[in-house]
Design a binder for this molecule. Sequence first.
Ligand code: HEM
Length: 345
Amino acid sequence: MFVSQAWPGLWRMVALALVLLVSLGVTQPVLAQADPEREAATAVGGVSPDTWRQVRSGETDANYRDTRFDTNYNLINASGEAWRQLRNRWVSPFGLIAIGGMLAMIAVFYVIVGRKELSAPRTGRKLPRWPLMVRSLHWTVATLFIVLALTGLNLLYGKFVFRPLLGDAVWGGMISASKIAHNYLGPLFGILLIVLLARLLKHNWPRKHDLEWFKKGGGMVGKAHVDAGEKLWFWLLATVGLAVIISGLVLDFPNYGQSRDTMQWANIIHGIGALGLTAVALGHIYIGTIGSEGSLEGMTTGYVDETWAKDHHNLWYEEVKDQAIGEETLASDEPTTDETAGRST
Ligand code: HEM
């Protein structure tokens, strides 16, 4: 009896000691880094306006080393200051405006226009839209995108929100975890997004009727029957998305001899592209969920109702209407999805 009561207490002590030991290991280097006195002592030792003038005027050599190079190995990069200004004064506010603006627009749109309902009751007959392969790729890419967006936002804005809120030690752990997750998941996202885009390329090839969709304002307002919204999203991912992936790889692998200037430009392109995509992704997520009735089930079950197909992709509906399957048949045995599934016409 005595032993069984003493053991839980002992284990609690051991567990506590372990937690303390681990947290000491994690927080000490972080606190050391966060000590401004120590940072200043090991970083730039008193850079005078004169030194800056010297660097800017090009009196120093091309690798930006100042005249004190021989003694204390300071590196000064005038374009680094230009990059810092660009990042802090333009990229950061742009992100807040784009993402905050998009959230506000979606909220106002939802309140004023509301959810786009189906124009007629469901027929109960289903059309195969997205095969399992596309659905698996879509949800993996979407999950990775959301993790990258959250960790990326933390890298840019987290210190203003979480550092004062949680303190240096927790913030230190949080930001290093964000950085590691972002750096390692980025290339995986890049590869999978390219595979997804390659798989969807032939369905998204621009056609003449896509122009009509633009003229009708995108099919969210009124009775517009040609719907090419996903095509726009596709091509945004195929252009801006690719730029974000390439610039991300330039930043992720600095060991290929790229210059500081290249890294700075990669950072600016990566920031603007990723923040812009995050803003548009919010629109995509809105339309895919609460914004339009019946869209999400295509990407979850693989099938859409005939009424949805007629409303959103009338040309695609004309091509595939013969393949409609009754709900009961679908529940009893799963037919294979066809090549024409997933077309954005
Ligand atoms: C939770 C978040 C998301 C939801 C609920 C969602 C929902 C959907 C839905 C319902 C569709 C099918 C539309 C249709 O059948 O016409 C779709 C298509 C698609 N989504 Fe998402 N999505 C999300 C996030 C993302 C993200 C983050 C990406 C990319 C980074 C993405 C990329 C795509 C692509 C490429 C398509 C296919 C467009 C086409 O070729 O027609 N989605 N999504």
